[in-house]
Ligand binder design. Structure first.
Ligand SMILES: NC(=O)c1ccc[n+]([C@@H]2O[C@H](COP(=O)([O-])OP(=O)(O)OC[C@H]3O[C@@H](n4cnc5c(N)ncnc54)[C@H](OP(=O)(O)O)[C@@H]3O)[C@@H](O)[C@H]2O)c1
Length: 363
């Protein structure tokens, strides 16, 4: 076994895509992880990253990364790295990710393994204990004065589900609920590259996103569930989801109704969001926002352009709490889909896994 001092060497799979570019940007200045390898499809392999990528971020590519050579997945398999971040299409992730997960921790945004019994579907503020599903590796990195970094797959949930469960977790802890109705307004970056054509999305709302409603409805119960007998016992919650693609670049908006138990006062509901803190905040993890949920106000709805970057894109902003004649309460939430909903959320998950077995982030 190797004893690793900081930083841990990170490889990114799917590095040229929408989410892969976010990983590249965030890893450029990450204090614990150093980007050492990039992989994408055969179309990109063999090229310098700058030549392979259609760069869509607002800040330029880091100079050191721009000249790195993009590798194929097979080439990368033989490389030296401690942790893998995956931004692959689900269609290819299904076979590729388990190969890497035999030797190290793989934190993925793809949906391929999200519902596997031994895979934590992790939102670090919501279900940190689900990390206990991971196995210890043979020959994996040992963190200084700590235990081995576990091997296996940790999955990021669907990008809309992440915003939903962050808004719901304080309510689950304080009151409980059984039924949720959610209507989403989802950004075009959620469709990846090259994405939806401008002719399809400008001056339009598309009230259908393939498999998205099913993901919201199934994943929520697993994330809010509890570890029991080495597996996850899903929470008994019925979710009705309707998903829409709208002409917004980044940021998914969620209009939510929920049947909170015990008929709580409106101020108690607001306070649950305002006071919510969890393990990532207590440990001071590098990607943890000071506040995972912010209540903006009864008359101040979260707006994509104005609020999506709160907490470096890691905070879920909430507003317009009011009574719902059907389920009791309703509100609007907003979450950044490629930061909290993808690369930022995956980095936070990896930081939590590292902090739980090493000294880093010690209180
Ligand atoms: N966009 C979001 O907001 C979001 C949020 C949460 C989760 N996700 C999930 O995250 C994953 C990536 O999404 P994205 O939006 O970044 O997609 P994307 O823009 O389409 O990027 C896909 C990436 O996968 C690579 N790839 C495709 N086929 C491959 C193969 N056979 N071997 C190796 N690499 C291959 C592509 O490389 P080339 O450039 O070489 O083709 C590209 O780097 C998906 O599973 C998606 O569902 C996306």
């Amino acid at each position: 076994m190797t004893i690793r001092n900081e930083p841990l060497r990170a490889a990114v799979l799917g590095a040229t895509g929408t989410v892969g570019q976010r990983f590249v940007t965030l890893l450029a200045e990450h204090p614990w992880f150093e980007l050492t390898a990039l992989a994408a499809s055969e179309r990109s392999a063999g090229k310098a990253y700058r030549e392979a990528v259609t760069w869509i971020q607002t800040r330029p590519i880091d100079d050191a990364v721009a000249t790195m050579q993009v590798q194929t997945i097979d080439e990368l398999m033989d490389g030296d790295f401690d942790i893998v971040f995956s931004a692959l299409d689900a269609s290819v992730a299904s076979d590729i990710e388990p190969r890497f997960a035999r030797r190290c921790l793989v934190v993925t945004n793809a949906s391929a393994h999200r519902m596997d019994a031994d895979v934590p579907l992790l939102v670090p503020e919501v279900n940190p204990d689900h990390l206990s599903l991971l196995a210890s590796p043979e020959g994996g990195p040992i963190l200084p004065e700590g235990r081995a970094l576990p091997a296996g797959i940790v999955a990021n949930p669907n990008c809309s589900t992440i915003g939903l469960v962050l808004a719901l977790k304080p309510l689950a802890d304080a009151f409980g609920f059984e039924r949720i109705s959610v209507v989403t307004l989802q950004a075009v970056s959620g469709a990846g590259l090259p994405g939806i054509s401008s002719y399809q999305i400008l001056d339009n709302v598309i009230p259908w996103i393939s498999s998205e409603e099913e993901k919201l409805e199934i994943e929520t119960g697993k994330i809010l569930g509890r570890v029991h007998g080495g597996t996850i016992e899903p929470a008994e919650v019925a979710v009705s989801a309707q998903c829409n693609r709208v002409p917004v670049v980044d940021g998914h908006t969620l209009c939510v109704s929920v049947d909170l138990k015990g008929e709580p006062a409106m101020e108690d509901v607001r306070e649950a969001w305002r006071s919510f803190r969890a393990e990532p905040q207590e440990r001071g993890l590098p990607s943890a926002p000071a506040q995972p949920t912010v209540y903006l106000g009864d008359d101040e709805p979260p707006q994509t352009r104005v609020h999506r970057d709160l907490g470096q894109g890691m905070t879920t902003s909430i507003g317009r709490l009011r009574e719902c004649p059907i389920l009791g309460y309703r509100f609007v939430a907003l979450s950044h889909n490629t930061l909290r909903g993808a690369a930022g959320g995956a980095l936070l998950a990896a930081e939590l896994a590292v902090a739980r077995c090493g000294r880093r982030g010690a209180r």
